[in-house]
Unconditional design. Structure first.
Length: 128
């Protein structure tokens, strides 16, 4: 048999390939669990799906740390810079520790355009 993680990944892949057939996929999957007497795994599979969705949601969210509030145009430029879509959810926080510029987290990547980071790089370059 398959692990919960493998089952979840397979289910997501099937649904991704056939997005218009979600209800049918779920029905067939439930029937499969019943036939194999593994319906008891359903709560674990649901938890696994929720964890994956939560992780994907967090990765698709753009988190920006700014030194001070900026205009919507600047936010738009940052979104373009990191490759975020217009539909991406955004969290913005003010962090004086970056000393200027911005720090962005998107899809598992960190974009550090802060003055603090530039200063550290410059200092490290002088040490060479």
């Amino acid at each position: 048999m398959f692990s919960i993680k493998q089952t979840t990944q397979s289910l997501l892949e099937i649904n991704k390939r056939h997005p218009n057939k979600t209800k049918q996929i779920v029905k067939i999957f439930i029937d499969f669990l019943k036939e194999n007497r593994t319906v008891c795994q359903l709560p674990s599979i649901i938890r696994s799906l929720e964890e994956i969705e939560k992780k994907q949601s967090k990765e698709n969210r753009l988190h920006i740390t700014l030194f001070e509030p900026v205009s919507e145009q600047v936010i738009q430029k940052i979104k373009e810079f990191v490759g975020a879509s217009d539909e991406s959810d955004i969290d913005i926080e003010i962090g004086k520790e970056i000393e200027g510029g911005f720090l962005a987290h998107y899809k598992g990547f960190i974009f550090d355009a802060s003055i603090r980071n530039q200063f550290i790089k410059f200092t490290n370059t002088l040490k060479i």
